[in-house]
Each structure stands twice: as C-alpha cells, then as structure tokens.
Design a protein around this ligand. Structure first.
Ligand code: SAH
Length: 392
C-alpha cells in the first residue's frame, strides 16, 4: 500500500479523530489514481491509519478511521450496517431518512438517503466514487426491501475532486416521483427534478416542533421547498399556512402535497422571500409564526460577511411582521455561521427595531445527520425559536 507522510507536527488533528488530511499537510503528494487506498504516517513513521487519496483535491486524504486493508463490499456492508443501527435506535420506523451522513458515519464523501423502497446516493469524493459497485452491493444486501438505487451526483463540489456530474439510476428501477410518510404526512417528492437528494430530511424533528405550535395560528413558511414546515403547520391545525419558494417546481410539489393530505388550510406561492417580506411590511401584514429556512448563504469563508448580512435582513424583516406573542422560527444551514453568531445577529437586529425576543427553543439537525465531535464541519444546522415579548 502507498504510504504518505505528513509534514512535521501535522498529525494532531488526525490523531484526535478528524478525517481530512489537507494536501499542504503532506510532506510529498505523489501522483496516484484518484481514490487509491493509502496509509498515512506521521513524520516519525507512526501510522495514523488508512484513507482514500486524491491528489487532485485540496482534501488529499479522507481517512477511514481504522486500518482498512481492502475497502470493498465487506467493508461497506459493515460500516453501513453500523450507520443503520444508529438510525434504528434514534429514528425507528421512519420511511424517509439519511442512512449515511458522510464523515459523521466515518464514510467521508458518501451520502445515502432512503425514501421508502428507493435509495439516493451522493459520492462527493473520488474514493467513494470509484467504489460505487461495492457500495451498491453492500446496500442491496443490507436493504432487501429496496427496489431501485439512483445516484444524484449533481453537487458542484464533485468538480473539486475531478469528478463529473451524473444523475442516473444505478440499480433496479426508480420512478421520477416517490412517496414516503413523515410526521404523519404523505409526501411526494420528485427525484428527477427535486433539489439535493429530493428532500431536506435534516429538519424532520424541527418540522414537528412547528406543527405542535401551530393550532389556530397563521403561519408563513419562507423557503418552503416541497412544503415541509407549512404542511406540518397545516396538519397541526393552523388557521392558515402559506409557503413561499422561488422555485416553481418546488411550489408545484408543495401544492400537490397539500392536496394529497387534504389540507385545505394550506397554500403555496412562488416568490422571492426577501421581496415578499418587504411587501408584507409595507402592507402592515401580521403573522403569528414565521419560519425562515433559507439555503446555505456561504460555502466559503469569503462569503461569510454577505451571509451574515443576509441573515440580518431576513430576520429583521420577519420580526417586523410579528405581533407580541408571535414566534420567529429561524433556521440556518450555513456551517460557517455558528449558532452564537446567528444569535448575535438576531439579537442586534431585534435591538435595532426595539423588539424584545425570548429564545424559547433551540434545535439542530435530526439524529440521522449526527455530529462527529472531531469534525465541526459535520455540525451545520441551527434551529432557533423566539417569542416576541409584549410591551411592558
Ligand atoms: N424548508 C424546506 C427546505 C428549504 S431549502 C423544507 O422544510 O424542506 C431552501 C429553499 O429555498 C429551496 O427550495 C430554494 O428553492 C429556496 N430559495 C432559495 N432562494 C430563495 C429566495 N430568495 N426566495 C424564495 N425561495 C428561495
């Protein structure tokens, strides 16, 4: 096996359980086939374990968190079973959930989502991409109920690994539209046209929270995608739940989901949330609950400032629409903006417009998106619920 040696003093993070070796931490980065299994050693020659090497990527080695001689079907079967065992324990009986969450399941670069009898794969590293047949074989063994597997390898980050973008059925057959139950709702998602792997599974528990707070309330779900929060609010007895998204396909899917579930207290519209919130301020409209669940605003450090400005504007405008007793439900999936920064932004904006907010609930990503403590990169979702206090 090819051995790569780290520069002096670069072994600490890896010893403490981080799974990425950056290219500039290697003493020498030899040419090799992307995805080659290598051993990584400290400068003194002590082995730090094995991983997948990609000389084309800034993340040169993705460690496998133990000594692996052969990363083939048996290895994947074992590790994916461990991931599934965690889901069985934490989120049993779910029809839609993330089976494998990359690094947090010690499978850096691999995402597997299950929607009923179908699996959706994302390989974000050359190591995982080149082991596709083994991964598929392992999944077929673990999930005898699965009748089709599709790869949605459309994430732009694949380019950083020298990988092409591909969207294709890799085993069995997969219809464009699949159904699964979540939080008592029948959800239909479109695997052909949907975003990411078709649905945002990480907000499952947070949607329940919003559902439980919605009885008799008016609820505005901003960035609703296929309807997640608004549908939960409607099922929870909202007086009126309105979802807004800039994607016509998302709005169409959300509308269809309201129909499937016979939810007449729910509707969806296509709009830019920033514009819509401003219009509602001008019209002096009020909502009892406003949910903000925007897409990631910063993928790289250079975008952090504009992301912060985006959160400031969104949250400030939403607060203006909330009467005393109203709830601001503010989510953020930008990994580079940690919870304390988001809290600080929301506090500053509330102070600017003289609103007193009380933090009444905080959540994060569901347990099928676990956080590996050694890798802060695996913690990304913030979910904060504030109540607007009345004037004394
Ligand atoms: N709340 C959703 C997930 C949101 S994902 C759920 O529970 O499943 C973010 C969504 O924001 C995407 O559907 C995307 O189409 C939408 N979006 C991005 N920018 C937008 C904008 N400026 N205005 C409205 N929607 C936007």
């Amino acid at each position: 096996m090819l051995t790569l040696t780290l520069k002096p003093h670069e072994e600490r993070r890896i010893k403490e359980g981080h799974l990425w070796v950056y290219k500039d931490e290697l003493a020498h980065a030899p040419a090799a086939e992307p995805g080659t299994l290598v051993r990584v050693c400290a400068q003194d020659g002590a082995s730090l374990g094995t991983g997948f090497y990609n000389p084309l990527s800034k993340i040169a080695v993705r460690m496998l968190a133990c000594e692996v001689e052969l990363a083939e079907t048996e290895f994947f079967t074992k590790r994916i079973r461990q991931a599934q065992a965690l889901r069985d324990r934490m989120l049993p009986q779910e029809e839609g959930y993330r089976v494998v969450f990359g690094e947090a399941d010690l499978l850096s670069g691999l995402i597997v989502d299950k929607y009923n009898n179908y699996l959706v794969l994302q390989m974000l590293s050359a190591g995982m991409d080149s082991r596709k047949p083994h991964i598929i074989e392992a999944l077929r063994e673990i999930f005898p109920d699965v009748t089709g597997i599709i790869e949605k390898n459309t994430a732009q980050t694949r380019k950083k690994e020298g990988l092409e973008l591909i969207d294709a059925v890799v085993w069995g057959s997969v219809p464009d539209v699949v159904r699964f139950r979540e939080n008592g709702l029948d959800l239909e998602i479109n695997l052909a046209t949907g975003q990411k792997t078709g649905y945002f599974l990480d907000q499952k528990i947070n949607r329940r929270v919003v559902g439980s707070l919605s009885r008799g309330k008016t609820v505005l779900d901003c960035f609703c995608n296929i309807g997640g929060f608004a549908l939960n609010a409607a099922l929870g007895g909202a007086a009126e739940a309105v979802g807004v998204d800039s994607s016509a396909l998302a709005v169409e899917a959300a509308t269809r989901n309201a129909e499937i579930n016979n939810l007449a207290n729910c509707r969806f519209e296509k709009a830019n949330v920033f514009d819509l919130l401003r219009e509602h301020v001008q019209q002096e409209r009020k909502w009892d609950i406003i949910v903000l669940d925007p897409p990631s605003f910063a993928k790289s450090r250079s975008a952090i400032r504009s992301a912060q400005a985006g959160y400031a504007e969104l949250n400030r405008t939403a607060m203006k629409l909330l009467p005393p007793g109203g709830l601001l439900v503010s989510a953020s999936c930008t990994q580079l903006v940690p919870e304390h920064d988001l809290l600080d932004i929301i506090y500053r904006e509330s102070a600017r417009i003289r609103k007193r907010l009380r933090l009444v609930h905080r959540g994060s990503q569901a347990a099928d998106h676990p956080v590996l403590l050694a890798m802060p990169e695996t913690q990304y979702l913030k979910f904060l619920v504030f109540e607007v206090a009345g004037n004394p």
